[in-house]
Write a protein that binds this ligand. Structure first.
Ligand code: NAI
Length: 241
């Protein structure tokens, strides 16, 4: 059994990635933090596509909670290990830095960047020991170019990109790859409240991306076919940079 963990798998990009990886034959652990019904819906879609998996509820921003949940899973499945990790969970709390409250800074950093450490730290050793592993980090266009109103989110995603490049060099010799995907505008709950019609005009492809399109890229990076891609950031943005 090949096991994949998708953080923030209850909705949006994480849900599409979970369903895609399950269709590719992975047993998918769907992490989420609060919305039980949405997580159940992801699991139902996995199963109706002929795949299988389970829900794993924990807050990726909380080191102790993450460590506990993953240690418990490992103890319950001593013969398995998580070969593919998709660090997808993320939030945004946009504001100009002038008005940004400490909570909005720290919460975004904790959820989008500390989570990379919290989760990857638990899973790296088994990947290295098995000499097979994939870590795929969902970054953002904001992390590449910086976007006004998102200094917190841009800092977190930029940090995630740098961490991707550093970790890739630490583990490449052990056949573990660490890559990032940098989406532009993807139609999910996260972009609700944005003026989609106006924004779409600024995108060369003239539309938002679909979560399923991001999932295709993630699935490729997870596969053996991507074994020599390491420390890379791949944009998926309809041509907007
Ligand atoms: P979404 O808001 O639809 O889903 C986010 C997911 O993360 C949810 O399943 C939520 O439960 C989970 N989550 C949030 N905080 C969590 C925590 N502390 N612990 C565990 N799970 C948690 O967002 P979307 O659009 O699917 O975003 C997924 C990733 O893609 C995020 O990292 C986001 O920053 C990134 N992204 C999204 C873009 C977009 O246009 N939608 C563009 C660029 C990047």
């Amino acid at each position: 059994m090949q096991v994949a963990l998708v953080t923030g798998g209850s909705r949006g990009i994480g849900r599409a990635v979970s369903v895609k990886l399950a269709a590719e034959g992975y047993y998918v652990l769907v992490n989420y933090v609060s919305n039980d019904a949405a997580a159940q819906e992801t699991l139902a879609r996995i199963q109706s596509a002929g795949g299988d998996g389970e829900l794993l509820k924990f807050d990726v921003a909380d080191y102790a909670a993450t460590e506990k949940a993953l240690a418990e899973w490992q103890t319950a499945h001593p013969d398995e290990y998580i070969a593919v990790l998709v660090n997808n969970a993320g939030i945004r709390k946009d504001n100009l830095l002038l008005w940004m409250e400490p909570d909005d800074w720290y919460k975004v950093l904790r959820t989008n960047l500390d989570s990379f450490y919290n989760v990857s730290k638990q899973l790296l050793q088994p990947m290295v020991v098995h000499r097979a592993g994939r870590i795929i980090n969902i970054a953002s266009l904001s992390g590449l170019k910086g976007l006004p109103g998102q200094t917190n989110y841009s800092a977190a995603k930029g940090g995630l990109i740098a961490a991707t490049k550093a970790l890739a060099q630490e583990v490449a010799a052990r056949k573990v790859t660490v890559n990032a995907v940098a989406p532009g505008f993807i139609a999910t709950d996260m972009v609700e409240g944005l003026d989609a019609e106006e924004l779409a005009k600024t995108i060369p492809a003239k539309r938002f991306g679909k979560p399923e399109e991001v999932a295709e890229l993630v699935a490729f990076l997870a596969s053996d076919r991507a074994a020599y891609i390491n420390g890379e950031v791949i944009s998926i943005n309809g041509g907007i940079f």
